[in-house]
Design a protein around this ligand. Structure first.
Ligand code: SAM
Length: 284
């Protein structure tokens, strides 16, 4: 009898993955955590029934999460990752020379099990001396810290359970106060086709705080429903207008290996299809 992992994230929509070996299945202090093998995606991690990351497509998500803001900014020294306990975003950020990372995740067990069962995703990031791990609620951390960062990557679960606080106006305002001049915030903002309300809420909330708010898209096969939106918020209105040629230069000078990110994908990812633009501009 084949076991099936059934992700019922959106009403009437289910993603069923055949489960090979279950490597881990238990409640952590904060979340239901499963790590299992699947023929197509390799090892898969889910939290509270939602797929978080898979070995075979994580690079798309983590490359776009890290390289878009870092190469657009052009002079990043410090990056804060809220969430991101699988280490994938940290691994991509640490490909850039001269950058230090603070990773704040509420659940130490996610980090420990990602190191143990998903080592290819963090790729040694957790052992890198440039990475500092803080186990805390990201919402509290940004409220209390005196530190500042050039980029804040909000690599959270969806707005349910412990991740819910990472989509509030108050949290975004506290993140803004942790940014250096011209810093950039990027968020995990769901799949617009099935999570339109989440997208619009973030757009409206970030719009009260920043001069330039938008989204950029990438299709991650294990996130059902179409392209995923990354939120973009900054007062540095020039960095989204960089030419593809300038981005290509910066990408070349960074000297990093990627499997999805390129300077033309970077530029094109900000072109939003009409149905997404309609979500952002519809009368409320
Ligand atoms: N790629 C995934 C997605 O799109 O949903 C996110 C991956 S990452 C595993 C999500 C992380 O957010 C988890 O490690 C979880 O522990 C963390 N998290 C959830 N709520 C949090 C909070 N309030 N503060 C800090 N980390 C949180």
């Amino acid at each position: 009898m084949i076991e099936v992992f059934d992700e019922g994230l959106h009403s009437g929509v289910n993603l069923a993955l055949e489960v090979g070996t279950v490597l881990y299945r238990d409640k952590t202090e904060h979340q239901d955590l499963i790590i299992f093998e699947n023929n197509t995606f390799g090892r898969v991690m889910s939290l509270d029934g939602a797929i978080q990351t898979t070995e075979h497509d994580e690079y798309i998500y983590h490359e776009m999460f890290a390289h878009v803001p870092i190469l657009a900014h052009g002079a990043v020294k410090k990056v804060l990752i809220i969430g991101g306990g699988d280490g994938g975003a940290a691994r991509q950020v640490l490909k850039h020379k001269g950058i230090s990372v603070t990773l704040v995740d509420i659940d130490r067990t996610v980090i420990d099990l990602s190191i143990k069962y998903l080592p290819s995703i963090s790729g040694g990031a957790f052992e890198d001396p440039r990475l500092q791990i803080v186990v805390a609620d990201g919402c509290r951390f940004v409220k209390e810290t005196e530190e500042r960062w050039d980029i804040i990557i909000i690599d959270s679960t969806d707005p349910h359970g412990p991740g819910e606080v990472l989509y509030t106006q108050e949290f975004y305002a506290d993140c803004k106060s942790c940014l250096t001049e011209g810093g950039i915030i990027v968020t995990q903002n769901g799949v617009p086709f099935v999570q339109a309300e989440e997208l619009r809420n973030s757009y409206d909330r970030l719009g009260t705080l920043f001069a330039d708010v938008s989204f950029y898209l990438a299709t991650i096969p294990s996130y059902v429903g179409g392209p995923l939106a990354f939120g973009w918020a900054t007062d540095n209105t020039s960095c989204r207008k960089l030419s593809e040629g300038e981005l290509a230069n910066r990408f070349l000078n960074a000297g990093i290996e990627t499997g999805y990110y390129s300077s033309d994908i970077h530029k094109a990812s900000f072109v939003l299809p009409l149905y997404v633009r309609k979500i952002l501009t519809a009368e409320k």
